[in-house]
Write a protein of this length. Sequence first.
Length: 338
Amino acid sequence: MRVLNVGVIGAGRIGRVHAENLAYRVRQAKVVAIADVFPEAAQKLATDLQVAAVYSDPQKLLADRQIDAVAICSSTDTHARLMEDAARAGKHIFCEKPIALDLVKIDEALAAVARAGVKLQIGFNRRFDPSFKRVREIVAAGGVGVPHILRITSRDPAPPPIAYVKVSGGIFVDMTIHDFDMARYLMGCEVEEVYAAGNVLVDPEIGDAGDIDTAVITLRFANGALGVIDNSRKAVYGYDQRVEVFGSAGMALVTNKTPDSVVQSDDVAVHSTKPLHFFVERYAEAYVAEMQEFVQAVLEDKAPPVTGMDGRIPVVMGYAAWKSYREHRPVKLTEISA
Ligand SMILES: NC(=O)c1ccc[n+]([C@@H]2O[C@H](COP(=O)([O-])OP(=O)(O)OC[C@H]3O[C@@H](n4cnc5c(N)ncnc54)[C@H](O)[C@@H]3O)[C@@H](O)[C@H]2O)c1
């Protein structure tokens, strides 16, 4: 059995998730090196996973000849540059979302990948969630008839630190980006126009940082279907991730995932458990599946399931949403250019 040697760049929250999955749950992969500009983070993860090669300079990892592929899990502002460097070094690339906050940088990075002929997959993990995947299959098979309305509720349990908010590009490109990807994926159709409303209702510091924490975005798809996404940075009951596709012949619905399915009834109320806390728990299976598919795509020389264009389009949607929010009007995606 051939094994893919992977180097993980960025040993933070998501880097650990991917490194652990590659080390323990993806049979045809091996983590052979870890790099982080914060050496203690790289060393801790490497020690935990018994990985020998540890670098504080990601360029050294890219020069490591035993490495076939890299997982770019560092901060958003580093992705595009690392993607270009990895492509030049001939490494296949799994890259976390977003590719970059700047469309010119995204295009340059994608061009470098195309020139090098390496495989690229973007980390839109929700596509690999078994329930969302099944909705996609139902919709594609005509199970809801002609899709008319998509509803996505996506609310975090708590806002990220203000330092993260300041460099995140704002809610539409940091958080809603996953919902924009879900919209395209579930409906199998491109979005032509977005109309976004937003406010600061959770934490005034988020407003001071130039961002918003609460948003409702309506979508108009190329086939005439409509969509609505609602986001909050703080749902007191946990990570709220629901999806519904309604059409001429029915409806497909995904409700929240809970750690157990017990319903307790007493003389006051009927109680059940809160949703799984956050993305690491809610999408645990999805993170494994996306890595499995990336590794298979490389080993079997197949096209990865989430392409560079799939990475670019939701960033365009995010910028259209910002423009719509600021100008109080529907904005067509064609109004956003590099
Ligand atoms: N798909 C998802 O579900 C998901 C979830 C969380 C984060 N993300 C994305 O993953 C990225 C990382 O997020 P996080 O929450 O893990 O952040 P984090 O801050 O926890 O970790 C980032 C790590 O990258 C390191 N780093 C920064 N610059 C580097 C460089 N040039 N080379 C090597 N390492 C570098 C930092 O020292 C840090 O340890 C972000 O782009 C974020 O949008 C995706």
